[in-house]
Design a protein around this ligand. Structure first.
Ligand code: PEP
Ligand code: MN
Length: 454
């Protein structure tokens, strides 16, 4: 199939795509006006796809390589993208951060790095409570810009389906810019490396200078042997987000007229979150029916039985690259829980891809009232992930992180030693705390060291 084969047909009966509607479903907004919602769903289903079937198939084969131990996956971006922050500079700096990290990881792993944003569609959020109370006012919880506004007023917090269309257009313009950056010369490996040199030349990060210097020598060596760097000015970059808001995901899912198969054209990859992965729930059913590679978050309560049942539901054909488990155990639990899952996975006649999300199991609330994470806990979980895989003889296939290209102060620590009081300076996330630009690069250098030791 050509990459540009548009998948535009939206028959509602094909492949049981609407079966989810009769199943228990969690974490959906209550829309006040169902006729308005239906009109939006219909309109969205006629909008052009954001990604193409051929690209989705290509990602699946890249992920299959990672599951085989022949590639490593880097996925990163905001916890919750916002419409206000979808600016050119902000998108550029996030892409730049991911590209910088990817070069370091490529060198450390000595294998290709599959680059994927939590971007261009990461707008809907699961919440621990349906409502939020401030003083004596209780309003619906903020569920992400694609549903309602963050401002604490009745008007803003009321779910508004027009936001679904706004989200689609934001995703389209974000993806357009991402495609330009990654295809238009911005991704030149030598340029990206120079940015890393700048980082490692800063006093706080000088322990990474040796590795940056090695990469420099490798690039010079390539240059000396006549490597054509022209081919290295573009990179393959995929998008992914949590497949949560069904009133967005379903209308974006189209039937490929050539194969009759369903593709969710909102992004290349979607994952099912920790709160919506019930085996008999709506999300697992819906995502089991589409061709996109699918991720599932696995928290510390996951049993080997649940993990196996998820494989049976989401990857019944045991297709390489189809299923990714994104573990988010917490630094304190990973060494206890992950080994059992890895052992059990050996009984399956499939090889899921294992990725670590070292963010979501490590949340804390600081004394001054911020949701934060300690950089040391993040790194400790990554190390626990590598240890468990080394022990089990399985492949630690990637990292999934919440990050931004900006100098925010949301996570504690790192070589810049962000402290609790610093959180007051530049805390911008509306949801979970992200690694800032430098913390992200530092993480990449530390993961590269783990990869070298494999
Ligand atoms: C997230 O990725 O932002 C998230 C909510 O994760 P989890 O489902 O793992 O809690
Ligand atoms: Mn999050």
């Amino acid at each position: 199939m050509s990459d540009f084969q548009a998948v535009t047909h939206t028959s509602s009966t094909v492949a049981g795509l609407d079966a989810y509607r009769d199943l228990p479903i969690k974490q959906q907004p209550s829309w006040p006006d169902s006729a308005a919602l239906e009109a939006v769903r219909n309109e969205l289903s006629t909008q052009p796809p954001l990604v193409f079937a051929g690209e989705v198939d290509r990602l699946r084969s890249r992920l299959a390589e990672a599951a085989e131990g022949k590639a490593f996956v880097l996925q990163g971006g905001d916890c919750a993208e916002t419409f206000a922050a979808a600016t050119a500079d902000n998108i550029r700096d996030r892409v730049k951060t991911i590209l910088q990290m990817a070069i370091v990881l490529t060198y450390g792993a000595a294998m290709p790095v599959v680059k994927m944003g939590r971007m261009a569609g990461q707008f809907a959020k699961p919440r621990s409570s349906d409502s939020e109370t401030r003083g004596d006012v209780t309003l619906p919880a903020y569920r992400g810009d694609v549903v309602n506004g963050f401002d604490f007023t009745e008007e803003s917090r009321t779910a508004n389906p027009r936001r679904i269309l706004d989200g689609y257009h934001m995703a389209a313009s974000t993806l357009n810019l991402v495609r330009s950056f990654t295809n238009g010369g911005f991704a030149d490996i030598r340029e990206v490396h120079q940015w890393n040199r700048g980082f490692a030349a800063t006093t706080a990060f000088e322990r990474y200078e040796a590795l940056a210097g090695e990469i420099e020598r490798a690039l010079r060596f390539m240059e000396a042997t006549g490597t054509d760097f022209k081919n290295m000015k573009t990179v393959e970059f995929f998008t992914g987000h949590e497949g949560l808001l069904m009133d967005y995901e379903r209308p974006m899912t189209r039937i490929d007229s050539r194969t009759g198969l369903a593709y969710n054209t909102s992004s290349h990859f979607q994952w099912i979150g920790e709160r919506t992965r019930e085996l008999d729930g709506a999300h697992v059913d819906f995502f089991s029916r589409i061709r996109n590679p699918i991720g599932v978050k696995l928290g510390p309560s996951t049993t080997p039985e649940t993990m196996k049942a998820l494989v049976d539901k989401l990857d019944p054909e045991r297709e390489p690259g189809r299923l990714t488990f994104i573990t988010r155990m917490g630094a304190g639990r990973i060494r206890e829980v992950l080994p059992g899952l890895l052992e059990a996975s050996k009984d399956l006649d499939s090889k899921p891809l294992w990725i670590t999300d070292p963010m979501h199991g490590n949340g804390i609330t600081t004394a001054n009232g911020y949701k934060s994470r300690r950089f040391d806990d993040v790194i400790d979980e990554v190390r626990g992930f590598f240890e468990a895989h080394r022990e089990a003889g399985t492949f630690p296939g990637g990292v999934h992180v919440e990050l931004t290209g900006d100098d925010v102060t949301e996570c504690l620590g790192g070589s810049e030693r962000i402290e609790e009081l610093d959180l007051e300076n530049r805390y911008e996330s509306l949801c979970d705390p992200r690694l800032n630009h430098r913390q992200s690069l530092e993480l990449a250098f530390l993961v590269a060291e783990e990869l070298r030791a494999l």
